[in-house]
Design a protein around this ligand. Structure first.
Ligand SMILES: Nc1ncnc2c1ncn2[C@@H]1O[C@H](COP(=O)(O)OC(=O)CCCC[C@@H]2CCSS2)[C@@H](O)[C@H]1O
Length: 363
């Protein structure tokens, strides 16, 4: 269902049939509004809807989208999930990670985190000006926040908002988070990976201490933040249009571009396969000696793996291990094919190394 909100009043008024037709139709219509609030909390939908607005919106008008997501970790376009995300915790908690289209680092989302997305013609895009819009909004709620040169919004020394950007042809957007009442321990748990010896091309996150607005300013909530950002956006860009509510059950999800986008975000090829080249060096002490390994991977596929053992290791064992790791080449990093079965009579030292490599890659 599509409904409109009059200016800053959040009273629901009846939907117009044109808007409904526009979103319910199977073909991709041109989005005609300037301010959208998504009522969906499906991160795959929200990220795809945002991308659709970006790609289909007429390039001459400013646009604002606000949304929240169910718990998930969102990594940047050129990041390494094995480095950035605690994949074991992600599996255990069922909280997925999603690779987004914009650059930048890794953040955690849940319903206590509200995202804003400001789209502008490239010619008038200025990331510091858009950050000021959000800063003014939180300040209007009595929050004593500041913005640093990376466009992090902080309260004291703690970060409450991180930003990322995308520019394509004549349009650009600045999107960012706002920690309002997030589960910060889950945030810490999911972003921890501790893989210091993984050297990766692409973008590394800039880790910072975080806090949320409710810890410091109990009265701030999602609705108040949304209202404040809308007011600040209207003032800055002189926008008077009503707010357009959107959700994933109103037919919007049937727009082919969005459907395809949601599907693509969930594929291995996108989530893992877009990972820039990286090298992971590890070492482990076995009862019979020390083994070090170097695994190289690009686009989520193992390019090479080499192992070196302590001097005293028998030649025969070294050869067996070298033959074994050769078989890793071309396999997907992190989900090495179970088809690589070890011979039943394999030396238990070999199976030990094999298990160690698999576990190291799978966490
Ligand atoms: N939700 C949230 N908000 C603010 N800061 C966070 C959050 N989650 C984690 N962090 C902290 O930021 C760093 C990463 O900072 P870094 O600066 O590397 O990355 C970002 O900020 C990216 C923001 C992307 C915003 C998009 C908007 C809609 S979809 S995602 C991380 O290690 C934590 O210390």
């Amino acid at each position: 269902m599509i409904t409109h909100f009059a200016r800053t009043s959040f009273t629901r008024i009846t939907c117009t049939s044109t808007a409904l037709r526009c979103f319910a139709s199977g073909s991709a219509p041109t989005p005609e509004h300037s301010i959208y609030i998504s009522e969906s909390t499906d991160p795959y939908f929200n990220l795809s809807f945002e991308d659709w607005l970006f790609r289909h919106k007429s390039p001459d008008k400013p646009l604002l989208l606000l949304y929240r997501d169910e718990p998930c970790v969102v990594i940047g376009r050129n990041q390494n999930p094995w480095k950035e995300v605690n994949l074991r915790a992600s599996r255990q908690t069922g909280i997925p990670f999603i690779r987004r289209h914009s650059g930048g680092g890794t953040v955690y989302h849940d319903l206590g985190n509200t995202n804003f997305s400001i789209h502008l013609p490239r010619a008038s895009f200025d990331r510091h000006a858009t950050a000021q819009v959000v800063l003014k909004a939180v300040r209007s709620l009595g929050v004593d926040a500041n913005v640093n040169d990376r466009n992090d919004i902080c309260v004291g020394k703690d970060k409450v908002s991180g930003s990322a950007y995308k520019i394509v042809k004549d349009r650009a957007y600045h999107h960012g988070t706002m920690l309002i009442s997030t589960k910060l321990d889950t945030l810490g748990e999911l972003l921890r990976s501790g893989k210091d010896t993984m050297e990766t091309r692409g973008v590394a996150s800039v880790r910072s201490p975080v806090c949320d607005l409710q810890q410091r300013y109990g009265h701030v909530d999602h609705e108040k933040f949304v209202r404040a950002v809308i007011d600040a956006f209207r003032k800055e860009y002189d926008v008077h249009e009503e707010v357009q509510m959107v959700n994933d059950a109103d037919g919007t999800q049937n727009i082919e571009y969005i459907k395809h986008g949601m599907k693509e975000l969930k594929t291995w090829d996108w989530a893992f396969g877009q990972t820039p080249e990286f090298t992971y060096k590890i070492e482990h002490g076995f009862p019979w000696g020390v083994v070090s390994a170097e695994i190289r991977s690009k686009h989520g596929v193992i390019l090479s793996c080499s192992v070196a053992c302590s001097e005293s290791t028998e030649e025969h064992l070294k050869e067996r291990l070298a033959a074994l790791v050769k078989r890793l080449q071309g396999q997907r990093y992190g989900s090495v094919d179970d088809g690589i079965t070890l011979l039943a009579e394999e030396d238990e030292r070999v199976t030990g190394v094999w298990e160690w490599l698999r576990t190291e890659m799978d966490s």
